[in-house]
Design a protein around this ligand. Structure first.
Ligand code: PGA
Length: 302
């Protein structure tokens, strides 16, 4: 078989498929004498006849049948190789446009950084905005992928959870509620609250938790970022509830995490894309990368 060529195998596979030299020649845009000659050479390399011809009828010999199977296997392996090459080529260069809600900025750059190290040719960009702005850009297909908390039900998107996102109530360590056990939702609602701007997913989730019990929060201060909220909490201006990820980089004990009824609010982080929008190889690879390391707890409800 050492002298057989891929071209000969390809011609033979076409003959085996159509059981006709004429049809094989047509499909491969070759002349019939070329087809006949190549098959003769292939049979010489194999050392046995591959086809029987009676008049116009063609039949494969047993060896011919086995060779047809082998040829298809070889072509399938090559096709898979070609597919992998194309996928890798697509990943060598490319662009990944990601948008994340403000709170996700505590971990999204790290995830993107790890991904960018694995795929140095991919240019990655991360846009950070609050939930309301993110949902508006999702509806306009401004970016390819989006990281957000609970996805809106009315939007046309495909969203998959990849990490837990508990919201915890916090106060300054010296606050009267720090260290108190089982604080009721009522008592918590009466505190001076520091809330994110309206449009924030964090704020929406916190207000919804109180609204479920018929309680309304009246914020003492509205602040446009988690960092500003943390500073205000530490200055003793009031309490708040933030994603546990917003506290990750702080030494334990810097904030008092309150033991309150209805908390933590169990949420999850989702990776989402608009349904029906084109999806680049880089975007699929980032999704796969995120979901491979997924750490959502089964018990979490969102
Ligand atoms: P936010 O969103 O940063 O707009 O508050 C966070 C979230 O939805 O969990």
């Amino acid at each position: 078989m050492r002298h057989a060529t891929f071209r000969q195998l390809e011609i033979f596979e076409a003959i085996a498929r159509h059981l006709s030299f004429t049809r094989a020649a047509e499909t491969l845009h070759l002349t019939q004498p070329t087809v006949s000659m190549q098959i003769k050479k292939l049979a010489d390399s194999v050392g046995e006849p591959l086809v029987h011809q009676t008049g116009k009828r063609i039949e494969l010999t047993e060896t011919g049948q086995a060779l047809a199977v082998a040829a298809r296997d070889i072509f399938a392996v090559l096709e898979r190789f070609e597919g992998d090459m194309a996928a890798r080529r697509g990943l060598q260069r490319g662009r990944l446009r990601l948008a994340a809600v403000t709170t996700a900025s505590y971990f999204a750059p790290r995830l993107l950084g790890e991904f960018a190290r694995l795929h140095p040719g991919i240019e990655v960009s991360l846009r950070v905005c609050n939930r309301e702005q993110l949902i508006a850009s999702l509806n306009e297909h401004l970016d390819e992928l989006y990281i957000l908390g609970t996805p809106p039900e009315d939007a046309a998107l495909i969203a998959t959870p990849f990490m837990d996102n508990p919201l915890v109530p916090i106060a300054a360590p010296g606050h009267p509620l720090a260290g108190k056990r089982r604080i009721s939702l009522h008592e918590l609602a009466e505190q001076a609250w520091l809330l994110r701007e309206s449009g924030s997913g964090t704020r929406k989730a916190v207000e919804a938790r109180f609204a479920d019990s018929g309680l309304t929060l009246s914020p003492r201060l509205e602040l446009g970022s988690n960092e500003a909220i943390k500073q205000a909490v530490l200055s003793g201006l009031g309490i708040s509830a933030l994603s546990a990820q917003a506290l990750d980089l702080h030494p334990p004990g810097q904030f008092a995490v309150l033991d309150a009824e209805g908390f933590p609010i169990r949420r999850q982080w989702y990776i989402a894309r608009p349904s029906g929008a084109p999806h680049s190889t880089a975007a699929s690879a980032f999704e796969r990368y995120l979901l491979a390391g997924r750490t959502v707890s089964e018990a979490s409800s969102d």
